[in-house]
Design a protein around this ligand. Structure first.
Ligand SMILES: [Zn+2]
Length: 120
């Protein structure tokens, strides 16, 4: 019996890879060119609202599970800025925020599901 090679599937098992990433701090936007040639521009404030780290997830869940309860926002989201970014291996990007938060790791597959803004 010879081992069956994994069938190439264009679906979910294919890695989502960007061919080019540009973080524009002045615009607070992330420009991504995906390997398939499509381009996306992400508002960094939107990415922060979707931050996948445990702290932010719990914060969001608590907010949505208990309407009418007291919510203390640690930072004014309007003044919150991305101050830096770095790649995590070849699968994710990690941002640093002006409030010191830097534990959110955005898997590229996850990033691609987030709402992007129309490119200018
Ligand atoms: Zn977070």
């Amino acid at each position: 019996m010879s081992p069956t090679p994994p069938a190439p599937s264009p679906g979910s098992s294919e890695p989502v890879v960007p061919s080019d990433l540009k973080v524009k701090l002045a615009e607070q936007r992330l420009h991504v060119t995906w390997a398939d040639g499509s381009q996306c521009v992400y508002d960094l404030a939107v990415l922060r609202r979707h931050c996948p780290c445990a702290t932010c997830r719990i914060e969001r869940e608590q907010r949505s599970d208990s309407p009418g309860s007291l919510t203390i926002l640690k930072a004014d989201p309007r003044n919150l800025r991305t101050t830096g970014a770095k790649l995590v291996g070849r699968y994710a990007i990690q941002f640093e925020w002006s409030d010191g938060h830097n534990t959110g790791i955005f898997d590229f597959r996850f990033l691609r599901t987030l709402p992007s803004v129309p490119a200018e």
